[in-house]
Design a protein around this ligand. Sequence first.
Ligand code: PMP
Length: 406
Amino acid sequence: MMADGPATGDLFSKFDELIAMREGLLAGGQEDPFSLVMEKVLSPTQAICNGRDTILLGTYNYMGMTFDDDVIAAGKQAYDEFGAGTTGSRVLNGTFYHHRDVENALKEFYAMDHAMVFSTGYQANLGIISTIAGKGDYIILDIDSHASIWDGCKMGDAEVVPFKHNDLDALEKRLRRVPEGAGKLVVLEGVYSMLGDIAPLKEMVSIAKKYGAMVLVDEAHSMGFIGEHGRGVCEAAGVIDDCDFIIGTFSKSVGTVGGFCVSNHPKFEIMRLVCRPYVFTAALPPAVMASSATSIRKLMHNGNKRAHLWENSRTLHSGLRALGFQLGTDEPQSAIIAVVMPDLERGAAMWEALLKEGLYVNLARPPATPANMTLLRCSLCAEHSSEQVQTILGMFERAGKAVGII
Ligand code: PMP
């Protein structure tokens, strides 16, 4: 037993409030929304959870590539020919044929000169942001930025200046105040993953350029889906050529794991020697790289799947709204539809009621969410059939009525 009272020196005491909140939530027999086990995964949209057939509406498998035959075959072949792992850094023994190949696939996908692959998207943000913006430089970022962006800022030595979410005036005001001659990096996201809203990139990039800032856009949630070629919100907004760095991940539309940065900057390759989260960690296994390269090349020719995913997004958004749920955006802007819950208790109850119906969604709470919101985040997949979307709406209706939310 831990002694009561102050000054115990227990470094875990800072988590007491969170521990109490979690215990309070689970005390009534509520299933833990943060430790669900997928006992079997049947397809990009179906799994067995707690012995039950479950529709998956809370993964980032936007394009359903996890079960693509070619993606799996490429991984199996790489296992056979290159072994299970790299056992080393990219700059030493960890660059295999497939690491180069996946970087070439990214250059083709984005039509850009340089591509650098990291072990995760988290590390890509951490590495690029902390390395390019150093002492005396300024990072101007949207306040709702992903944790990996904030952590990248923390790891570097630059001045960090947040601005109000998606607010053009606030961005310009911050830029105007940066001292003359200082290096400036504006950090934005294409799709903000909590509410599923997109950034007004056309205007924002133009403001950034007016003040001579470099621009980094995290397109984690739009790659493969948004834009004519699936390059993201930058492409849809017609500003891809003005983006100095695009950050992305393989853990969403690509369907594997890994992160990357693409750029046209002529000196970009030096990053491979100076970016610590790239240098001081092991390179991803060859099978993951082979699967990723195959997936990226297939995503270049997926117009029909993109159209179906948009249709799913519109149907779910309008259906939930018609049922009386409060949503994170007035219109569907991405593959993420966020349903706003009145509080954590009812959010958790709704999450559990949906799971018992056979539907998995993400429960999200502060600090991940903006404005202290509890959200049930639905992320659609191009492989969800139109019938599945109707089934999902029926589940939301029954659960919402049972919990008293609608
Ligand atoms: N950026 C954003 C906007 C994200 O949402 C995420 C992950 N959810 C990441 C980066 C990190 O990606 P990864 O899962 O590859 O670490």
